[in-house]
Design a protein around this ligand. Structure first.
Ligand code: MN
Ligand code: MN
Length: 305
């Protein structure tokens, strides 16, 4: 898309959507973490419909506490802000610092990739067809904001950040797809048009077909994306999208985080339930909003006006 085409988007509206995407991601992470690794029937037996921010789960979290999904996205945001530009080395350094801080959780593939960087300075892990986890896709938001609305730049950032830990074609495709969707949502595109975009994606990568929905929400990026697509398009508001998503169980904090960034950007900050926001750490919310502002204000779409 030509930059001139987005000149009529108000930067303050862009900022609002960017903030809502970041906060939505963290809320989805914190909500889903409680039921991570449960099956949908275990959740139904225990909670009926699970829809409160209560913490706990296998990580024994405080209500509103976020996990690696939000923390790794923050690492990328921090790297861009500190470096005043995109640098995969800077991202890798932030990941390393984070891993050394003994985070509450870290996926195996992510841990392995970050260790490779710490030990050997590796910025690109080798191709591994089995590394189809969702660990690279879950942290796409900062790259999406910082590249807005440049569809070539988003591909570059998506792949570079992914390669630090993941090198697998379906993971790559998911990262780029999430980036593109965020760009479209920032431009105010309707759900009907977003669905057409996702249908084109599914036509290119038929494994992601989400209709009929199979109900799988594992950490395999294909299952993750199917769950996010299904509930993002089915829900008619932030809460409905997120409740539907996390009640599938499985990798619920990560499906929650990805659905949360899309639904947050789409429905806006005011759509995020107050009772969930109240449980979040106010300092974290401040930090997320500051980075959202910085990233979107430094993006080509705002800078090149
Ligand atoms: Mn997590
Ligand atoms: Mn997870």
């Amino acid at each position: 898309m030509k930059l001139s085409m987005i000149l009529n988007i108000d930067p303050s509206e862009l900022k609002e959507r960017a903030r809502a995407a970041f906060v939505g991601m963290a809320v989805g992470d914190a909500l889903g973490a409680t039921v991570e690794f449960m099956t949908s029937s275990e959740i139904a037996n225990k909670y009926g419909v699970f829809k409160e921010m209560i913490g706990g789960g296998w990580l024994r979290l405080k209500p509103g506490q976020v996990t690696d999904d939000t923390e790794m996205a923050l690492c990328i945001a921090r790297a861009v802000a500190k470096n005043q530009g995109w640098s995969r080395e800077a991202v890798a350094r932030e990941f390393a610092k984070w891993l050394k801080s003994k985070p509450v959780d870290c996926g195996d593939t992510c841990r392995k990739g970050i260790r490779e960087f710490i030990l050997h300075g590796t910025l690109e892990v080798p191709y591994n067809r089995w590394d189809g986890g969702n660990g690279a896709a879950m942290r796409m938001l900062p790259a999406a904001l910082f590249s807005f609305p440049d569809s070539e730049l988003i591909k570059k950032y998506a792949i570079e950040q992914a390669r630090l830990t993941h090198n697998q074609s379906l993971s790559d495709a998911s990262c780029i797809c999430i980036g593109n969707l965020i760009h479209l949502i920032l431009r105010g595109i309707s759900k009907k048009r977003l669905r057409e975009e996702v249908e084109c994606f599914v036509a290119r990568f038929p494994g992601f077909k989400f209709e009929p929905y199979r109900g799988l929400a594992t950490g395999y990026v294909v299952d993750t994306m199917q769950t996010v697509f299904h509930w993002f398009f089915k829900g008619s508001g932030f809460e409905e999208c997120l409740v539907g998503t996390v009640n599938q169980g499985g990798d619920a904090d990560t499906t929650g985080a990805i659905c949360g960034m899309l639904a947050g950007a789409y429905y806006g900050r005011a759509s995020i339930p107050k009772r969930w926001l109240k449980k979040m750490d106010p300092q974290l919310i401040c930090e997320l909003e500051e980075y959202a502002d910085k990233l979107i204000m430094a993006s080509p779409g705002v800078r090149c006006r």
